[in-house]
Design a protein around this ligand. Sequence first.
Ligand code: C2E
Ligand code: CA
Ligand code: CA
Ligand code: CA
Length: 278
Amino acid sequence: AQAEAEGVFWRAASINRDQLERSVSLMGELDAAIAAGQIEVHYQPKLALSSNRIASVEALVRWRHPQRGMVPPDAFIPLAEQSDRIGTLTLHVLGIVLRDAARWRDAGHRLTAAVNISAKLLTSPAFTSAADALLDDAPVALDALIFEVTESAAMADADAAVATLHHFRARGIAISMDDYGTGQSTLSYLQRLPLSELKIDRRFVQFAHERDADAALVRSTIELAHALRLTVVAEGIEEAETLALLTTLRCDYAQGYFISRPLAYDQLIVRLADADEP
Ligand code: C2E
Ligand code: CA
Ligand code: CA
Ligand code: CA
């Protein structure tokens, strides 16, 4: 099984053996890391273009490793997905986000919070019931939450995944289609999933101000989403010109380094307080 897992990982990530060994040992440390408080959540603002206010934040996990420094999610999320640790990790992140959301609400800030949910978890009854237990005791209203899910072949085929999304939607949680345009069976998702939001992937957005073909894809995606009464987020905005273009195209929300990098909780509060000043 170890060899098979390695084979999968090699193909998926095409990394060298050093990196592989590091990742395998990382997974062994995950529970201890959670217990030791090394898993942190940073928040990247989504700017509402109509009001120019931060309307929402996306929770992005980080591992503050005592020897390795800040480990980005790309270095451990794929492995957590393959080793069945992703449920534990996601529940931990969700718990932190619910707690932080209550704190910023109590500080007078109104904003929704998005949590990334791996498609794989949507077919896990154990995850759904553990998440339900957490949500039953949530200190904030569940309509302050968004679950971001990515297009994946597994999701469109699995009735179970679709049913799980309907279940969370019925609890008041908004569902967002992440990395839109990079997966397959796109139209079938739009038809079957109880979506509120569509996030156009960075690769279409980033150079849209200088590439006509990209701009055309972004424009038509925004029109399609609006026709379906979905709100649209453009991710990966790194320049003023891109933000201006997205505003012209009537995109609803913008996210990217030009607006803000992901922020630790305390930095987010400072940023929100600055934004509230007249
Ligand atoms: P994502 O959901 O597409 O998140 C956006 C990623 O793009 C984040 O990277 C963010 O820091 C980065 N980003 C934001 N604005 C810009 C920009 O203007 N330019 C560029 N070049 N990049 C930008 P990050 O935090 O490293 O996360 C990477 C991926 O890891 C995420 O992609 C998401 O798929 C996954 N991830 C992060 N946190 C979680 C989590 O709690 N659970 C799960 N399942 N996946 C997570
Ligand atoms: Ca996301
Ligand atoms: Ca994304
Ligand atoms: Ca992306």
